[in-house]
Write a protein of this length. Structure first.
Length: 345
């Protein structure tokens, strides 16, 4: 297995200095670069302090100037928020500046709250259609002059300027959970990033079965790279297991505010749901979170990673941040690089 890092610039409270968060994020990316990670991913989110990434290409260009080998990806650029010409050009420019290190991840978007602000009137559940129209347009623009007449965008003859350095184009990834997206990925030669969130290993097996089904339904199509992401925290002592669990509970309660579009966001900070209301809910159970997420000592993390390797996951995505303290985040990544990754070399 190869390893990827997904990391957000995040602030959990207003008193945290944004410059400190910025320095910390870059240092984590540099650690991943020096430690042998294959890809680092930047998200796209808007008006939220817990994921500060209004333009993932700006983040990747910044990281490119401070790293040597690690590849640089968007996880994901939200298709509905972009014009195909702009997305094709920005991606190609990032590929050029990074000397051919771009991995382009496309997706549908996560929160209705963002759609209400970035694309009013569009339902999150319908946004996959924008992604499926965007993909062929970008590929065509990277090749040369192209005219587009689609459901969501129309423009006369134009081309991407600049063109990507990688030929025929940078690898393209899609965030996939539903069978229709796996099928779309196989038909179009896209790599797959999957995320079981906090669900058990059975969810990971479900995603693998959807990949196999899509391959069976599309004979002759190549098998894509199959990546799977989990929130990851490695710590020195077993008795420290509750530290990442509490951080996860806190941030998951903020995600609940966003997913349900409760409108309870003040100055960019989502309000956490009341723990008293969540205590008896399965998705916040401490033992479940400890078991399902990549939380543990180095030996425990290695043991937890083995089933992913056996399942056929090509690349495991270490999802950092999660509201954990900056010191704890760095120690976790150090332990993962020094004591966990060598077991999979």
């Amino acid at each position: 297995m190869k390893f990827q890092l997904a990391i957000n610039m995040e602030r959990m409270a207003d008193e945290i200095d944004m410059r400190e968060v910025m320095r910390h994020t870059l240092e984590m990316v540099q650690m991943a670069d020096e430690g042998g990670f294959h890809i680092v991913w930047a998200a796209e989110h808007h008006a939220l302090e817990m994921t500060i990434a209004p333009d993932p290409f700006q983040l990747l260009t910044w990281w490119a100037s401070h790293t040597d080998k690690i590849r640089l990806g968007t996880a994901v650029a939200v298709a509905a928020y972009w014009h195909p010409l702009k997305l094709a050009g920005e991606a190609a420019m990032t590929d050029l500046i990074s000397n051919g290190r771009l991995e382009l991840g496309l997706g549908s978007g996560a929160y209705q709250r963002e759609f209400d602000r970035m694309h009013p009137g569009l339902k999150q559940s319908d946004a996959w259609r924008h992604m499926q129209e965007m993909l062929p347009a970008i590929r065509a623009l990277w090749q040369g002059d192209y005219e587009h007449k689609g459901e969501f965008w129309s423009f006369p003859l134009a081309t991407s300027v600049p063109k990507p350095l990688q030929k025929p184009h940078p690898p393209i990834w899609v965030a996939a959970r539903a069978p229709i997206t796996y099928d779309f990925a196989i038909k179009n030669g896209l790599n797959i990033m999957s995320w079981p969130i906090t669900r058990p290993m059975s969810e990971a097996r479900l995603y693998k079965s959807r990949l196999e089904e899509a391959l069976a339904n599309n004979p002759g199509k190549a098998r894509p790279v199959f990546a799977m992401m989990r929130h990851t925290v490695v710590y020195d002592r077993k008795e420290d297991w509750e530290v990442p669990v509490r951080a996860a509970q806190r941030q998951l309660s903020q995600f609940e505010t966003l997913f349900k579009n409760l409108g309870d966001v003040k100055n960019g900070f989502p309000k956490s749901a009341d723990f008293g209301d969540l205590a008896n809910r399965d998705e916040y159970d401490p033992k479940m979170l400890h078991e399902n997420l990549m939380f543990g000592t180095p030996d425990e993390a290695i043991a937890k990673l083995r089933p992913y390797e056996a399942l056929g996951v090509d690349q495991f995505t270490y999802y950092a941040s999660l509201g954990l303290g900056l010191k704890e985040q760095k120690r976790s990544l150090q332990l993962f690089i020094k004591e966990v990754m060598p077991a999979f070399a």
